[in-house]
Design a protein around this ligand. Structure first.
Ligand code: GTP
Ligand code: MG
Length: 431
């Protein structure tokens, strides 16, 4: 019997019985609250918007503090994300707040890939959580969850329509994060223009199928306010950390030569609506939606990509163990196949090399034979030459001996004639 069958049976057999007295489990919600408070909370906001649209100022205004961060230049070669985490405390509630902001968004001539670093950042946080979840020894309760709970998308107060960069980016992000679009620096736009601008933005988002975050209306206690606020989206906000004395109160405002804009005045802008919706009313829903909707989708796709399935081809439940075994066998099979392929390739290569070597050896032999023959011919030629030279030498020697003999005979004959002539000369009285 499967776990669901058992659960169903237990459910069917379950009877309501009255308690005779106080037991104490009515304190469970309080226990939960106390535990949560002692653990603390974490909330991660991503601000996406062009450089100088007032992202940092709005964060400072929202949390009533001065966060760190330098203004970006307009010369960034690409889009980057800057993340800072802060520990905040309000009453006895601790909040680990992470503010991630785009740097250089919308500053490049080619903005085609501007959304990519943002998508990659969001995915990287999901991946880190998934890796922690898949660990054998996981410590999720102390793990710093960096998944983005809310994405404030800053729209420039042009009064026209959404830029294609905004539409493309929001479209790429809407299945990964809760998008809350806001019209930044809304003091730059007149009241009537703002109404039209809001309508235009909403219709463009709808016609392009961009899913923005809707404040939940299923909880009765907040259904009314959330329902009303959904109709006010996108919120037109103004940010300022400057405090001015208005009446006898210090208020956050922006002062202009012609007057003062009060940030927290609902007649001037939607800042209070945003703060209420984002922080006071729906922070927990944003966290929950991130986990149950966006992370769940990421996890499902990732596990399916890795080959995990809940059911087999016959729609029967498929356990993790079976998936693992199937994957392991598939992997081993592939490994064997690869091994065989590599062996075949090796044998083939050896054969080729052997043939190459044989060919080279044959060539060497031929060369050797050729050289040997050449050498023999040369040797024979030299020997012939030597022989002819020796013959010549012998003939010369013979000639030389004959000549010497002839010369000696000649000289003998010469000397006897001289003697005879001397005798004759003596006789004649010359000597
Ligand atoms: P980068 O981080 O450099 O991308 O800029 P950013 O989006 O963080 O803008 P930042 O908050 O630094 O504000 C840029 C300028 O706009 C500052 O001079 C702010 O005072 C001004 N600013 C911020 N919010 C508003 C606003 O609501 N209205 C007007 N008119 N100016 C604003
Ligand atoms: Mg900034």
């Amino acid at each position: 019997m499967s776990a669901t069958d058992i659960a169903r049976q237990v459910g069917e057999d379950c009877r309501t019985v009255p308690l005779a007295g106080h037991v104490g489990f009515d304190s469970l919600p309080d226990q939960l609250v106390n535990k949560s408070i002692s653990q603390g909370f974490c909330f991660n906001i991503l601000c996406v918007g062009e450089t100088g649209l007032g992202k940092s100022t709005l964060m400072d205004t929202l949390f009533n503090t001065k966060f760190e961060g330098e203004p970006a230049t307009h010369t960034q070669p690409g889009v980057q994300l800057q993340s800072n985490t802060y520990d905040l405390q309000e009453s006895n509630v601790g909040l680990k707040l992470t503010v991630v902001s785009t740097v250089g968004f919308g500053d490049q001539i080619n903005k085609e890939d501007s959304y990519k670093p943002v998508v990659e950042f969001i995915d990287a946080q999901f991946e880190a959580y998934l890796q922690e979840e898949l660990k054998i020894r996981r410590v999720l309760h102390t793990y710093h969850d960096s998944r983005i709970h809310a994405c404030l998308y800053f729209i420039a107060p042009t009064g026209h329509s959404l830029k294609s960069l905004d539409l493309v980016t929001m479209k790429k992000l809407d299945s990964k994060v809760n998008i809350i679009p806001i019209i930044a620096k809304s003091d730059a736009i007149s009241k009537s223009e703002l109404t039209k601008f809001k309508i235009k933005i909403t219709s463009e988002l709808v016609s392009n199928g961009v899913q923005i975050y809707q404040f939940p209306t299923d909880d009765e206690s907040v259904a009314e306010i959330n329902g009303t606020m959904n109709a006010h989206l996108p919120f037109a906000v103004i940010g300022s950390t400057e405090e001015l004395k208005i009446g006898n109160k210090m208020m956050k405002a922006r002062q202009y030569p012609w007057g003062t804009v009060q940030v927290e005045n609902e007649a001037h802008c939607d800042f209070v609506k945003l703060r209420e919706m984002l922080i006071r009313v729906n922070m927990e829903d944003l966290r929950e939606q991130t986990h149950s909707r966006h992370y769940e989708l990421y996890r499902r796709c990732k596990l399916e990509e890795m080959g995990f399935k809940d059911t087999d081809p016959d729609s029967k439940p498929f356990s993790l163990q079976e998936t693992y075994e199937a994957k392991r066998n598939e992997f081993l099979g592939e490994l064997q196949k690869k091994e065989e392929e590599m062996r075949q390739m090796f044998v083939q290569r050896v054969k080729e090399k052997e043939a190459e070597l044989k060919e080279a050896e044959k060539e060497l032999h031929e060369k050797f034979d050729r050289l040997k023959k050449l050498h023999q011919d040369e040797k024979k030629k030299l020997e012939d030459k030597k022989k002819s030279l020796e013959d010549e030498m012998n003939a010369f020697k013979q000639r030389k001996t004959a000549a010497e003999l002839l010369q000696s005979q000649g000289s003998q004959a010469g000397s006897s004639q001289t003697l005879k002539r001397d005798k004759e000369k003596k006789n004649l009285g010359f000597l």
